[in-house]
Design a protein around this ligand. Structure first.
Ligand code: EZ4
Ligand code: CO
Length: 409
């Protein structure tokens, strides 16, 4: 079973996606996601120019060996561009192996450890009535765990908050990447945020009661002492997790946060190897690993990372925004179903055009996701349709403080 062709497909149905399609000499195909939001073409070039030529003729069955070969022979280690490329190859080869075995991928990973995958959705609002509306709307969609983001008085645009309710006010979709030649500039004031957020969670708890699991994303914007204070002040509202409270490249900084709060911490959507989590896991500075299959070297690397986390009772919280394609999402779901230390799965639903290009077997029912039982990962790419939706320049926004200083976004 040799790799005959490997094609990189860049398309933009509702947003940009980079997909690798590997075909073997016996006609099996596998898909991998290499989407790197705002830097898609770098990932596409890394694959096309430097990885695809190395794949042709290789034995498609040797997944571990191919992973180690791509990682070690590059010499330059880690980094998002390298790791999304390796992830795409890895997931495509797992897809092929599972198709060859006639099984859904989760069966090859040890079989199902649960019947469904608890998912959380993204509610947001510019004020409390809008936020409550959005939470109710997500409950109607079936979500039983909900991330809460709101505007902050005095700040014009805040990450994760829909600028305005779209499509007749029923859905508060938030797509951070904008199709434009330059990134949008947003403003930020940590003091205003720290004063405001506990009042939001107090209001949400009194409206929705104690049982609804609530999450919040701090999006790397606080210093350790600010994060410690926020974690402490949110304790009465019993968060499922506080995500990315600090930038966390400085992993030791999390010790300070931990010493001050029992609010559970989730970190890692911008990380891409097990090494980036080494201190966080060994010192038990986090409760959930937020890495994505797409950005962290695929199934092979994520399995090792999550098995390492399991030794410390740290659970998974796999990153699942819309900039992970349905291919990356499906790969995550097979892993979620198979591992023992599953925590929760982020699920921002893709748009209709995306679902037309990527036909999927995974489903969402009553708050639970399931990858489906088709052989492989259960996603097929309509390449003709994809070719009619070419790449469009798009950037994530960035933040400036009141005095013009660039701040973490
Ligand atoms: O901003 O994936 O928790 N989810 C997030 C995401 C990220 C985007 C960046 O590409 O923080 O929405
Ligand atoms: Co996040």
């Amino acid at each position: 079973m040799k790799i005959a062709t490997a094609d990189v497909v860049v398309c933009s149905p509702d947003r940009n996606f980079v997909t690798l399609k590997i075909t073997t000499d016996d006609g099996l195909t596998g898909l991998g996601d290499a989407t790197l939001n705002g830097r898609e073409l770098a990932a596409a070039s890394y694959l096309r120019d430097h990885v695809v030529p190395l794949l042709i003729g290789r034995d498609a069955r040797n997944i571990e060996d191919t992973w180690q070969f791509l990682y070690r022979s590059a010499y330059w280690r880690r980094g998002p561009v390298t790791m999304v490329a390796i992830a795409a190859v890895d997931v495509a080869l797992w897809d092929i192996k599972a198709k060859a075995a006639g099984m859904p991928l989760y069966q090859l990973l040890g079989g199902a450890s649960r019947t469904g995958i608890r998912a959380y959705g993204h509610a947001s609002g510019r004020d409390l009535p809008e936020l409550f509306d959005s939470i109710r709307r997500h409950q109607e969609l079936g979500f039983r765990s909900i991330r809460v983001q709101t505007s902050v008085p005095g700040i014009k645009a805040v990450y994760g908050v829909a600028a305005q309710p779209s499509a007749g006010g029923t859905r508060y979709d938030y797509e951070p990447a904008q199709r434009a030649p330059l990134p949008a500039e947003e403003d930020w004031d940590t003091g205003a945020y720290l004063r405001h957020l506990p009042t939001v969670f107090e209001a949400v708890r009194s409206e929705f009661g104690p049982d609804l699991p609530l999450l919040h994303d701090g999006h790397h914007r606080m210093t350790p002492i600010q994060a410690a204070r926020l974690g402490k002040e949110l304790e009465p509202y019993d968060l499922f997790w506080l995500e990315d409270c600090t930038p966390a490249e400085n992993q030791e900084a999390l010790r300070l946060v931990r010493q001050h709060t029992t609010t559970p911490l989730a970190i890692g959507e911008v990380f891409n190897t097990v090494w980036d989590f080494q201190t966080l896991i060994r010192e038990q500075l986090i409760d959930y690993v937020r890495a994505a299959v797409t950005h962290t070297g695929g199934i092979t690397a994520m399995r090792k990372l999550l098995d390492y986390a399991a030794q410390y009772q740290i659970k998974s919280g796999i990153h699942g925004p819309t900039d992970i394609s349905p291919v990356g999402m499906a790969a995550a779901l097979h892993l979620d179903l198979a591992i023992h230390n599953f925590g929760i799965q982020e699920y921002m639903q893709h748009g209709e055009r995306t679902n037309d290009v990527f036909r999927q077997s995974f489903r969402f029912e009553d708050g639970y996701l399931h990858p489906g039982d088709e052989p492989g990962i259960g996603v097929e790419l309509d390449t003709d349709l994809a070719d009619r939706m070419p790449y469009q320049q798009a950037y994530l926004p960035y933040n400036r403080l009141g005095d013009g200083t660039v701040h973490d976004w």
